[in-house]
Design a protein around this ligand. Structure first.
Ligand code: SF4
Length: 206
């Protein structure tokens, strides 16, 4: 066990749902995230067990273009605030899928939100292909998206990508590779919360 450290976060991205993985990637690329993204990703990280002092280290390092002084002045307060250490001392909880899906629509330059809800279909399809989904699984996910069942799309995505990681590529060729693996992946609960996605995945590969 033991607590999570700032440097552990990079190694956990496989277990993150697409909404958080995109924020992590964008943060790495731009060394910055706008407020909506910082809140969505920051509270998620808090939810997976990143304590306040490690969160401050994580964000300061991630915002590498900023001096320590700038970081402390512009961002550290908000991070402490979201951990309930400033202002009214509300201990904020990570956003649920419903909160993210129904929440503010990301504008240009924003990376918060739910890819299944907020991305154009072509971008979503490309990203599913990049994750190795074949046409059949991709269209399966897209059917849910087109029916506005975003959390079911995410659940299907979870099942397909976790099964691939376990080496259950096709039933005929590799079905026997992980005994009972496919049913283990498929028996997961519907995704209601990004932290649930993370925990389910983490437990599956423990
Ligand atoms: Fe994230 Fe939930 Fe959307 Fe999945 S359904 S990408 S966990 S907000």
């Amino acid at each position: 066990t033991g607590e999570l450290h700032a440097e552990d976060v990079n190694g956990l991205t496989f277990h993150m749902p697409p909404c958080m993985d995109q924020l992590h990637t964008e943060l790495r690329n731009a060394q910055h995230l706008r407020h909506g993204g910082r809140m969505q990703y920051g509270l998620f990280l808090k939810g997976i067990g990143l304590p306040l002092e490690q969160a401050l280290l994580f964000w300061q390092k991630a915002f590498g273009k900023h001096t320590a002084e700038q970081f402390n002045k512009e961002y550290a307060y908000n991070i402490r605030h979201s951990y309930g250490m400033e202002g009214k001392r509300t201990d904020y909880t990570p956003y649920s899928c419903k909160g993210i899906i129904m929440g503010s629509t990301p504008g240009p330059g924003d990376h918060h939100g739910c890819p299944f809800r907020h991305w154009p279909a072509a971008k979503l399809r490309d990203s599913l292909s990049a994750r190795g989904l074949d046409d059949f699984d991709k269209e399966d996910v897209m059917q849910f998206v087109q029916g506005h069942h975003y959390q079911l799309a995410c659940t299907r995505y979870f099942e397909v990508t976790r099964a691939m990681k376990m080496g259950i590529l096709t039933e005929t060729l590799q079905g026997g590779l992980v005994e009972g693996g496919k049913s283990r992946v498929a028996s997961q609960e519907t995704i209601e919360h990004p932290n649930q996605f993370f925990e389910q995945s983490y437990l599956l590969f423990r």
